[in-house]
Design a binder for this molecule. Structure first.
Ligand code: NVA
Length: 227
């Protein structure tokens, strides 16, 4: 796609070759454009705005560890990024409460937040976004974080490292959640930045169950679209 062919042409050509496309793209609009012109299923494998396949694997992991979603709470700590956006949408759909703990200027995408709040309203669950860690982590069942510098943000690295330092998921931060809380991360993780080794490699971490569930959840996605 880097050669400058219109995305609509790529969509039409690939539609003649294969049964489905899973695309990882920096620009969310590119995926939408591809889907508009393709005659086959187009699955988002990550964009700057959403990470829906990860969110499916995450919910499978939560179901396995917590036995369900209603009345449960997930707290996303750090950057209101693509992973956070998809978690907002999927937790709302499943009736799970969600809090985002982030510095003000790193809030989730306003459009997604609004949509997620509408869904949450229908499903009797709550969404809160706050810079206050204690408030966001109170009574939470799942502590989730992701990298501070996502694809496309590389130029802001130094500033982001400074801004997110108070939001590092370490033992002290974990102690603000329920003692039974699990720790999740979409991986790849940078130990010593968004999470310390003692947390990601510790007893509360379920990150490798979560990683394995990418395989199972994505098998389900393929089955759903291709059967
Ligand atoms: N937020 C990260 C997710 C990587 C799987 C990024 O966009 O780079």
């Amino acid at each position: 796609m880097g050669r400058g062919e219109p995305i609509s042409d790529t969509a039409k050509v690939l539609s003649r070759f294969v049964d489905g496309i899973m695309i990882r793209a920096i620009k969310h609009e590119d995926v939408e454009e591809l889907a508009k012109y393709a005659e086959i299923p187009v699955i988002s494998g990550l964009t700057n705005v959403e990470h829906p396949c990860q969110a499916l694997a995450d919910m499978l992991t939560i179901k396995e560890h917590l036995n369900g979603f209603e009345g449960r709470k997930l707290t996303f700590v750090g950057d209101g990024n693509n992973v956070c956006n998809s978690l907002l949408l999927i937790t709302a759909m499943l009736g799970m409460n969600m809090s985002v703990a982030c510095p003000d200027k790193y809030s989730p995408y306003a459009e997604i937040l609004e949509k997620a709040k509408e869904i949450a309203n229908e499903n009797n669950c709550e969404i809160t976004v706050t810079a206050d860690l204690a408030e966001a982590l109170k009574d939470t069942d799942v502590v989730y974080t992701d990298v501070w510098v996502s694809m496309g943000d590389e130029k802001e690295e130094a500033q982001r490292e400074k801004d997110f330092l108070p939001y590092q998921v370490n033992k002290d931060l974990m102690s603000l959640a329920k003692p039974t809380a699990i720790f999740m991360h979409c991986l790849p993780a940078i130990r010593g930045q968004e999470v310390t080794a003692e947390v990601i490699d510790g007893p509360q971490s379920v990150v490798f169950d979560e990683a394995e569930n990418r395989l199972h959840a994505q098998k389900a996605v393929l089955y759903y679209y291709l059967k």
